[in-house]
Design a protein. Sequence first.
Length: 180
Amino acid sequence: MELATGATDIFFYIFSGVGFLFALFGVVLGKNPISCAFSLVLMFFCISADFALLQAHFLAAVQILVYAGAIMVLFVFVIMLLNADTKNLDLGRSKVFQAGAAFLCLGLFAMFVWSIRHGTGSPKDVGLTPEKVLSSGGNLRVISELMFSDYILPFELTSILLLVGIVGSVALAKRKMEHK
């Protein structure tokens, strides 16, 4: 379904704002790790809605399946495995920490809004007009060709980063199990 440009912009800002609120109040300032994970899932759904509004339906589906699905199951599994409830969790959540985290989130949000409003990068600048994307086989083909040719190094670095996160969570869980 194609929305008018003004309506797309309005919904984009609504979903971005709601996602930002879930990120700030639910994830950064939340006290219960499971509630934080649920807020992160809701933020991922807002990002997916933004992708759908931008006609990137494949990215919207991947956002839901990979991040809101698989990655969050992994996060919740690690939280449960580490028994990270509010009694066992000491993150030093002082007022200074919360104020710093809120300031960082607000600064990042302001930077994103500024770059969206004043940025020069648009799909037309790199030659990705809707007509060219459709004639080359659609969004999926263009994304896959770019990902495995021009952006192979960031793709591989991301996979290594995910592997490091998994190994780190297993090491933390194993260390905690040995102390029991």
